[in-house]
Design a protein around this ligand. Structure first.
Ligand code: NAD
Ligand code: TDX
Length: 354
């Protein structure tokens, strides 16, 4: 079996669902269930005996060690993190605790677990660290996309904490021989995306008749990847990645935030037309420019040459089809969207006053 951390979050739950569709191998899902973790994401596999949920904190080394020695997974795939840049700006402490100290605890537990394994099992064991393109910092308009050799230059408490985790993973490979792999992926979108993030937030606010908040001039660029393509890439890296190596993953879909908002409004106009005073209206009318995010990275773009060349991975979802599928999914899961929006705002609001 494999063990995933953070498997009740956005990417982790997509990964667990995908994994069980394609494999008979069981999954241990170790998750603290923060505001971003939601077992409803996994309701489809509620009674599937191949999925075992363990509620736990990755900062708790003893609990992880006990989980590893009970289930004896052949791999750890580490998704668990605090993942929202705006929250990291308001209150960095949880990012330091989970992303840095939590990854350290997990590495320690994995190191001791590994040393207890037989030669054959140790040889097969993998520790796959799921990271982000944000560790490379911000690109200018004419800069080449990030490659695996781009120097780290994180700009937010979130990306700095992910960079620290990546360095620890690297050090555990070089110093202790832990069989690690790291992936640095660009912005994901798709089902179960938590509605504090840009794409689901725009969809949720559009449907609720609220303003669609665009930071600054709306010209910041992200490289969007459909979450299912990310899951495929992770499986590929787990199966064929070279130990100690880093693989960048991206969608080669660079879009400004304003373009993304326009695309979402146009899809919604098509699927669920808005009634204006004179009988016609467009969701674009709800777009509102607001104060920029402090330290807002201007542009991300990822060079995916290495994973394509060495592991034969290629993104299969086009941006157009992925966005349509995503909007459709949210329209079909409005209860999920409303429940997540309410839960997230309550928690976020509580913290704003801290
Ligand atoms: P998410 O915030 O949706 O989910 C995070 C999950 O981790 C939740 O289920 C949460 O309960 C769990 N978690 C948080 N702290 C924990 C702790 N201390 N112990 C155990 N579980 C804990 O995040 P996501 O968007 O799914 O991102 C998953 C991973 O992928 C993260 O490491 C993130 O940095 C990385 N990543 C995300 C994106 C993206 O676009 N979302 C892109 C590249 C990389
Ligand atoms: O209300 C908003 N208005 C707005 O203009 C929000 C929430 C965001 N934005 C902008 C900021 C970014 O330029 O949209 C862009 C995307 O923002 P987020 O969805 O918050 O994502 P980002 O900050 O790019 O980080 C995401 O991608 C990389 C994930 O949250 C990270 O976990 C991942 O590592």
């Amino acid at each position: 079996m494999i063990l995933v951390t953070g498997g009740a979050g956005f990417i982790g739950s997509n990964f667990v669902l995908d994994w069980l569709k394609q494999s008979d191998e069981s999954v241990i899902n170790f998750d603290k269930l923060t505001y971003a973790g939601n077992l409803d994401n996994l309701s489809m596999i509620k009674s599937d005996p191949r999925h075992k949920f363990v509620k736990g904190d990755i900062c708790d080394t003893a609990h992880i060690s006990q989980t590893l020695s009970t289930y004896k997974p052949r791999a750890v795939i580490h998704f668990a993190a605090e993942s929202h840049v705006d929250r990291s700006i308001r209150s960095p402490i949880d990012f330091i605790n989970t992303n840095i100290n939590g990854t350290f605890s997990l590495l320690e537990a994995a190191r001791y677990y590994c040393s207890s394994l037989s030669d054959v099992a140790r040889e097969a064991f993998r520790f796959l660290n799921i990271s982000t393109d944000e560790v490379y910092g911000s690109l200018g308009p004419d800069d080449a996309p990030f490659s695996e050799t781009t120097p780290y230059a994180p700009n937010s408490p979130y990306s700095a904490s992910k960079a620290a985790a990546d360095h620890l993973v690297r050090a555990y490979h070089h110093t202790y021989g832990l069989p690690t792999l790291t992936t640095n992926c660009s912005n994901n979108y798709g089902p179960y995306h938590f509605p504090e993030k840009f794409i689901p937030l725009i969809i949720a606010n559009a449907l609720a008749g609220n303003s669609l908040p665009i930071y600054g001039d709306g010209q910041n660029i992200r490289d969007w990847l459909y979450v299912g393509d990310h899951c495929n890439a992770i499986r590929r890296v787990l199966a064929h990645g070279k130990l100690g190596e880093v693989y960048n993953i991206g969608g080669s879909n660079e879009r400004s935030n304003l373009e993304v908002a326009h695309i979402l409004c146009d899809i919604l106009d098509d699927l669920i037309p808005k009634r204006g005073i004179d009988g016609v209206g467009t969701y674009r009318d709800q777009i509102t420019y607001i104060t920029d995010r402090p330290g807002h990275d201007r542009r991300y773009a990822v060079n995916v040459g290495k994973i394509e060349r060495e592991l034969g991975w290629k993104a299969t979802e086009s941006f157009d089809s992925g966005m349509k599928k995503t909007v459709q999914w949210f329209l079909e899961h409005r209860d999920w969207l409303m429940a997540s929006t309410e839960g997230g705002h309550k928690e976020y609001g509580d913290r704003i006053g801290d």
